[in-house]
Design a protein around this ligand. Structure first.
Ligand SMILES: [Mn+2]
Length: 277
């Protein structure tokens, strides 16, 4: 690893002052690491910290890592690192530097904001302020991110909603841009019965109900879902088996993360302490 990235890990504010050449090098090096990962990241033992959308809230990311250092903890970010908040560039570049320093202990899942390159949306302040070259480099890098984390104690974690697949392993076969990919990166949950509830007419996001949740969780053999993406969702849904956390003050002041003891069986979200940062 280049000394430059170790320095950012020690002093995250250096991420505020990278030159374009340094950013291009960072993206190149990070791409090599993401190419070694499959869509599905298995987590075994120890303690894992789950972090919701940080959305340009560089301060939130710094606080999480200062409070729960790596590699003593495995840290999983659930996507949406850019847009909305004031410091998208520093946030994503700090996270990429952490990934280079701790490839086995820090995981960056894909959210819909990482996929601007294939499914653009508006507003997208981070993407729109990049020059053409950097926009293309970030777009191709961030489309390499993995899609989900699976733990040995009954948890699956991803950005939005569950993909309509037959098994956990089938997540590795999901193609970027497919309907199953869109379910993960764009999907919302709604309280109440029902399976697929249609796309929301305003946001375009696919909406899913409790019957879909129960059906897919049974197929995947999982008890608890940890996800983010939907800041207005109730923290616990569906028999307290669906936990929504959100870790950016770009939407609301409360920033939450979840702490997971990987050696303990998970039954509901009540087995997962949620902490403010
Ligand atoms: Mn999102």
């Amino acid at each position: 690893m280049s000394g430059r990235y170790e320095r950012i890990v020690r002093d995250p504010d250096l991420a505020l002052a990278l030159t374009k050449e340094e950013i291009k090098d960072l993206l190149l090096e990070a791409g090599k690491v993401f190419e070694l990962e499959q869509n599905l990241i298995p987590l075994g033992s120890g303690r894992a910290i789950f972090v919701g959308d940080t959305h340009g809230d560089f301060d939130a990311t710094k606080r999480v890592i200062a409070k729960h250092p790596i590699p003593e903890n495995k840290v999983v970010f659930l996507g949406d690192y850019v847009d909305r908040g004031p410091q998208s560039m520093a946030n994503i570049n700090y996270l990429l530097s952490l990934k280079l320093a701790y490839p086995q202990n820090l995981f960056l899942l894909m959210g819909n904001h990482e996929a601007y390159g294939i499914m653009p949306f508006y507003p997208a302040d981070f993407w729109q302020q990049l020059d053409g070259e950097l926009s293309q480099l970030y777009a191709s890098l961030l489309l390499k991110l993995p899609l989900a984390v699976s733990t040995s104690n009954g948890v699956i974690a991803l950005h939005g909603a569950l993909p309509d697949v037959g098994s956990v392993e089938a997540i590795n076969e999901i193609e970027i841009g497919s309907e199953e990919w869109r379910q993960i990166t764009w999907g919302d949950w709604q309280e109440g019965e029902g399976s697929f509830l249609g796309d929301d007419p305003f946001s375009g996001r696919p909406q899913f109900g409790e019957d879909y949740f129960n059906d897919i969780m049974a197929r995947l053999g999982k008890r608890v879902l940890i996800r983010s993406h939907q800041p207005t969702a109730p923290a616990a849904m569906f028999g307290r088996r669906c936990l929504t956390i959100f870790t950016s003050s770009a939407y609301m002041p409360l920033r939450t993360i979840a702490l997971l003891d990987l050696s303990r069986e998970m039954h509901t979200v009540d087995d997962l302490p949620v902490e403010r940062v």
